[in-house]
Design a protein around this ligand. Sequence first.
Ligand code: MTE
Ligand code: HPA
Ligand code: MOS
Length: 783
Amino acid sequence: MPVVGKPLPHESAIGHATGQAPYIEDLPPRADELWVDFVGSPCARGVLERIDADAARALPGVVAVLTAADIPGHNHWGGVVVDEPFLAASELAYVGQPVVAIAAVDRETALRARRAIKLHVREEQPVLTIEEAIAAGEFLGAEQRIARGDFAAAWKSAPHRLETTVTIGGQEQFCLESQSALAIPEEDGTIIVHSSTQNPTEIQAVVAEGLGVGMHRVVCICRRMGGGFGGKETQAAIPAFLVALVASRTGRAARMVYTKDDDMKVTGKRHQYRADIRAAFDEEGTIQGVEIRFHSNGGAFVDLSFAVMERTLFHADNGYFIPNFDVVGRVCRTNLPPNTAFRGFGGPQGVAAIEHTIQEIARVLGRDAADIRRRNCYGIGERDITPYGQRFVHNTLPEIYERLLASSDYAERRRRVAAFNAESRTHLRGLAITPVKFGIAFTATFLNQGNALVNVYTDGTVQVSTGATEMGQGVNTKIRQIVADEFGLPIEAVRMMTTSTEKNINTSPTAASAGTDLNGLAARDACEKILREMRTFAAGIFTGGETGLGTDPALIRFRDGRVFDERRPGNFLLFDQFAKRCRLNRVNIGARGFYATPNLHFDRATGRGNPFNYFTCGAAVAEVLIDRLTGELVVDRVDLLMDIGRMINPGVDRGQVIGGFIQGLGWVTTEELVYSPKGHLLSYSPTTYKIPGVDDVPRDFRVAFLDNARNTHNIYASKAVGEPPLLLGLCAWAAVKDALATVAGAARAVPLNLPATGEEILRCLTALEAHVTALPGVLAPAK
Ligand code: MTE
Ligand code: HPA
Ligand code: MOS
């Protein structure tokens, strides 16, 4: 029986639930193992003048205290621009930036040494916000732009014009497992690094460069992560390098696990953005042109900020055909930890800007924003070219709107919300639908490749190794299903092996939601190679001389654990018997597979091309309730409909949709990063940084899927699911804007920024109500 399409449990479900699935911190200690910790910069910007480490060195149990001067190779790394030091040598660029690495016999001793080290610094005035960076002219890289048509002309001739600015908050990945790594020295200077990384090849490369050795002397292994969410696409590098440095200096195994506090304080997050927008539209709400100037807070080093900004520009149209479009983006350099990938990778900020704009257009025209959205939706066979020139084929958005508006009873609830708002003096209700169209592929075209190693053993079992890393998202479960079906084997016969650069080379990070697409297709390619050999051999067995049948490898079937010629299914070998025969007859039953997504190209100079393989789409409707006196927000009900094609694993994918949506809900409603005026993160624990809890899940939450078998661009007509549902969290934020628009009316903008925390909502209400009534807080319903 085929297993693709079945909701099989996650391959580590029992291990996750019982605690038996090991993470790096759980791996058994090695003899003589050292614990590694670090001392970070005490200030956001400054110059390091002296390190006072004598007291720490003298502590019993302290084995090494290392600084930039102890790094044998390059002290700089970076996936795109090599600008970030492993250990700061003189210039200090953010609070907590690693300066000194400590190795001690245990955790407590390392912590004692950390406290005993004094950094003498000359503090300078930091640049922390986008506004400060713009004023100081502090940028990383040049402006990026995607444009088509003539915005200036559209602006001039439009019946309606809107100018608006919105600020969009950052977000902490909040992985349950912090950044962690374990290095084990082997003979000849080889180092094995176990890293909680989405990107083993990059870890291999940066460790090799930092140590000044060839990549062939470094192996990076990742069995699993306790969440990555983009935060481990690049930023697993510093801890991985520091343990490797200690291992290579001392000849002893070395392990490091950031505390949650350190992890939150010193690693990068989702980029905070500011979007300055101009929109031109007509009386009906047809958008004629949009111009957006994005600034992101990049932090101190480039990291992935350019690619994140590029994805913002690619998603600023979201699901809307906008004939005159001009978006530019610039990354600000600030004295915060370098911001990095986070689920959605810049897409959410682009979509937030255009959804904000749509809500404002609706308010100005006194129309339901759902109508504006449908009116401007990409067409089918017409109005279907994106601003960067890619045709949006198989557009399911119109169908999604139609179904979801009906199934969520939108029209009737719109009437009820209006009636409620006319009646209530203490509460406001809001309702909104927001769509998502998320481009699937790395925008850096070369990353769209994967390789896999498939080994068939003589007992009929199979081991699969790919470059994909498991972070809970279920990539291994899905690839396991694909391979089981290729050989017609039960799922138990296939085992997913630990990811290692020794087996899979030059891998791309598991990111851009493309893990299953790239590595699943590479695994299938390996299976096909093996099957080709097997079929030829099997044809000789089943259709040899005595059968009287002509030899035809194409008629050999692998099904239900049996191998047979389709014309004589009764004459079969069990797969294990057959595998044994293969070996005895010197037939190769192991193979390496490869996949490169075809037809991708993008020309940065012209801003034109085909950057994506296909689009994952969906929409969600949120109804919210706001307490006008306190600003408290409750998301009462959410209806969500996604087109993720034919699901390889409907259970895993449903988990991705729900988890992604709730993570998006946190970003738009409660998660707020607060820094001190000197650049210290104040919200560095769950007591001060509010991620969604079970109570924050909408009381009425309805998740449904469109049955779409048309995505022939991908394996089994499936679609990538990892990031897109996060962007649907924006429906709750749009619903808050919808609620506040009843107070603002057509004349006044709703000054809501993102996230819509209770404080932010109250700030807006206060600003709007001050205008309306002499009774602050409790006021007559706006007319
Ligand atoms: N789901 C879980 N449980 N944990 C994670 O860390 N990361 C997300 C998403 N879903 C993540 C997750 C991100 S940012 C991406 S890009 C994708 O998973 C990566 O995996 P995939 O390409 O296999 O979907
Ligand atoms: N998405 C996620 N990660 C990436 C990308 C992308 O488009 N490009 C480089 N790293
Ligand atoms: Mo996901 S942000 O592409 O790791």
